[in-house]
Write a protein that binds this ligand. Structure first.
Ligand SMILES: Cc1ncc(COP(=O)(O)O)c(C=O)c1O
Length: 397
C-alpha cells in the first residue's frame, strides 16, 4: 500500500497531525471495527466464552511470529506491561545476595517493581545504570553486571528520548554472568523489527496501545521456554493454573499435587480483556499484512532525520542520540516548560507530548510513525519556529 492508501486505514490523519506514538498510537479502522463487533456481540449474546477465551491463543501465535519466538507456548497475555513484568518478576527465585541491573532511561514501571521486591527483602540490590547525554555506553553495563546479577532489564527503546539499546550486546553480557535478559519493548513493538531468539532476549513485555496501533487494556509477556524450569510460582490465577476436571474432582485444591503449566500460560491471571483482544488481533494483522514494521528505517530517514535537522536549525537542543542505530523514532527537544508547549501545538492541531530525561532537561517528545508525511513534519517545524519566538522557553543547543 502507498502512503495515501495506508492513511485511509488510520482515520486520525483526517483530523490531526499526530506525531505522538511514544504516548499512544491512534486505532486503525480495522482495530476499532473489530472491537465494535465484539461490543455488539456481548450486548446481544452475553457470553460467548467458547470463542472469546481461546482467542487469546490465536493472537498469542500472531504475536509470537512477529517477535521471532519459537511458539505461542512462550507467550502469556497481560492486561498491561506492568502486570506482565510483575508476573515474571514475582516468579523469580531471588535472595539478598542477588542484584538486578536496570537503567535510568526505563519507564517507571521497570524500576518500581524491582524497588518493591527490594523493599520486601526479596532482592539484595537494584543497580541503576545512568545515561550519559541520553545514551548508555555498553561499558556501563559491563561495570554493573556481576555473577550475582539475576536480571538485566533494559527498555528496548526509551520512552524518554527514543534511545535504542543494543539489546544483543547487553544480552551477551548478561548471559556471560548467568543473568537473564529482560526487555521492556513497549516503545519498540510495532516500530522496530524484533527477534527475541536472535537478540538473546529471555523475557519481553509489551503493551499494544502505542506503535502497533492497537487498544489499551492488553499486552504480552514472552518468556523463553528453556528458562521456565528455573522460575517458581508468582502472579498467577485460574487462567494460569489449570488442573484437569478429573484432577479437580478427585483432588480438589490439593496443593501438594499442584503442577505449574510447562508453558508461559502460568503467568496468566484471570479472564483476558476480551474487547481489547479483538482490537489487538486486527492491529497485528494490519501490521503484518502491510509490513509496517519493515518501514522502520524508512521512517527514520524520511521523517526523523529532517525533523532532527529542522530542530537543530532553529538552534534548539535535541536530547536524543543522533546516531540512528541508537534511536527509535522519538526525539526529545529540550524545553523549560514542555506542558505549555504541548498545549501550544495542540491548539494548532499537532499532537505531541512531553517527558523529562534524567540528567538533562524536560523535553517536547515528538514521535512520528510510518504513515506520517514529510508535510506533517514540516507543519510541526513551522509551529516550533512560531513557538520559539513567542514563548522563548526552548533550551538552546
Ligand atoms: C517503555 C514503557 N513501558 C511501560 C509503559 C507502561 O505500560 P503499562 O501502562 O501498560 O503498564 C510505558 C508507557 O508509556 C512505556 O513507555
Amino acid at each position: 500500500l502507498n502512503l495515501t492508501e495506508i492513511r485511509k486505514h488510520v482515520p486520525i490523519t483526517e483530523r490531526l497531525t499526530y506525531i505522538n506514538h511514544a504516548a499512544a498510537g491512534p486505532l486503525t479502522l480495522e482495530a476499532a471495527n473489530e472491537m465494535k463487533r465484539i461490543v455488539d456481540e456481548q450486548m446481544y449474546l452475553g457470553s460467548n466464552f467458547q470463542v472469546w477465551t481461546p482467542y487469546r491463543k490465536f493472537i498469542a501465535e500472531k504475536f509470537a511470529k512477529i517477535i521471532g519466538a519459537k511458539s505461542k507456548e512462550e507467550i502469556a497475555y497481560a492486561p498491561n506491561v506492568t502486570t506482565g513484568l510483575w508476573a515474571f518478576a514475582s516468579s523469580l527465585k531471588l535472595g539478598k545476595d542477588k542484584n538486578v541491573v536496570i537503567t535510568d532511561l526505563e519507564f517507571g514501571t521497570n524500576i518500581w517493581i524491582w524497588h518493591a521486591l527490594k523493599a520486601q527483602g526479596k532482592l539484595g540490590e537494584l543497580r541503576i545504570v545512568r545515561n550519559v547525554k541520553g545514551d548508555i555506553p555498553i561499558e556501563k553495563f559491563k561495570d554493573a553486571i556481576d555473577k550475582n546479577t539475576a536480571v538485566v532489564g533494559v527498555t528496548y527503546v526509551s520512552s524518554m528520548n527514543g534511545f535504542r539499546a543494543n539489546t544483543k550486546e547487553i544480552a551477551n553480557l548478561a548471559h556471560e554472568s548467568g543473568a537473564l535478559m529482560l526487555s521492556d519493548a513497549f516503545q519498540a513493538f510495532g516500530l522496530v523489527p524484533i527477534d527475541v531468539q536472535q537478540e538473546g532476549i529471555d523475557v519481553l513485555a509489551t503493551g499494544t496501545y502505542k506503535w502497533i496501533l492497537g487498544p489499551s487494556g492488553y499486552g504480552f509477556l514472552y518468556v523463553k521456554s528453556s528458562i521456565l524450569p528455573d522460575l517458581g510460582i508468582g502472579l498467577t490465577g485460574w487462567q494460569g493454573i489449570h488442573p484437569t476436571l478429573k484432577e479437580s474432582l478427585e483432588h480438589p485444591f490439593d496443593l501438594e499435587r499442584l503442577e505449574l503449566p510447562q508453558d508461559a500460560t502460568r503467568f496468566e491471571t484471570g479472564v483476558h480483556p476480551i474487547i481489547p483482544a479483538y482490537g489487538v488481533g486486527a492491529a497485528l494483522d494490519f501490521a503484518v499484512q502491510n509490513q509496517t514494521i519493515s518501514k522502520f528505517e524508512d521512517t527514520q530517514k524520511r521523517l526523523v532525520a529532517p525533523l532532527m535537522e529542522g530542530v537543530k536549525k532553529l538552534g534548539a537542543k535535541v536530547q536524543s542520540p543522533e546516531d540512528f542505530t541508537k534511536l527509535g523514532a522519538t526525539i526529545s527537544i529540550a524545553d523549560k516548560n514542555p506542558p505549555e508547549a504541548v498545549d501550544f501545538f495542540k491548539k494548532r492541531g499537532i499532537i505531541v507530548s512531553w517527558h523529562w530525561v534524567p540528567g538533562m532537561s524536560p523535553g517536547i517528545r515528538v514521535a512520528p510513525h510510518f504513515y506520517n508525511t514529510i508535510e506533517e513534519v514540516d507543519r510541526f517545524l513551522n509551529a516550533l519556529k512560531e513557538y520559539s519566538t513567542e514563548k522563548a522557553t526552548l533550551i538552546k543547543a
